[in-house]
Design a binder for this molecule. Sequence first.
Ligand SMILES: *Cc1c(COP(=O)(O)O)cnc(C)c1O
Length: 242
Amino acid sequence: MSLPDDVRSRLDQVRARIARAAEASGRRGEDVRLVAVSKTFGIDHIRAASEAGQRDFGENRVQEALQKQEALQRMAGSADFLIRWHLVGSLQSNKARRAAEVFSWLHSIDSPELLQRVDRAAVAAGTHLKLLIQVDLAGEATKHGALAAAVPAIFEAARACRAAQVVGLMVLPPWFDDPAGARPYFAQLRQLGDRLRASGTPPGMLQELSMGMSHDFEAAVEEGATIVRLGTAIFGDRRTGT
Ligand SMILES: *Cc1c(COP(=O)(O)O)cnc(C)c1O
């Protein structure tokens, strides 16, 4: 199968699986935003997905995303203007400025300081950024994300944002061979959102739950994900180091 046909058919399959999982939780497939995580894949893959109607793309490095954007813009009949770019990987604060220019969504805000830096960068860039607070529910010291106890202070700081808007929560659970292992983390993220809402966080800041990757997204959708981030399921295996 050609690359465009391959990507299109994988996207169709993934969308059908999202729709089934959404229906199981009383929602519709359209209620779940699919972010195609294109990290390590080239712009031929992005174009193929874009031509199949995919609009949201995820990258985990600011520089890699910028290079792809520039390459897409140089092509005739560019798809780039249709694309919304999501940063799904961690963000170093010295890259906040660039990130605000490159991305529409940042999924990895994990401190009040990073939030403020990103908001200032969005003001300077004249952009309107959507932000998700990444939560480290497993307490894994090696992972990025705010511990659950530190999350309310980030939402407090979010009230003062001018150009960036916090719209929800994100989790990247530890790896489990059996996707059932990740399900409790998805449920915990939803419950954390419920608690924050009950204690007065504006509902507009808690509209989104970004959770679920290629091997566990159905469990995530059943637990209430409004955004899933899928790479392998759409583009195939990533080669490490490329
Ligand atoms: C790479 C990545 C994904 C996509 O992973 P797949 O297993 O290929 O679907 C999703 N979220 C984050 C944060 C990632 O880094």
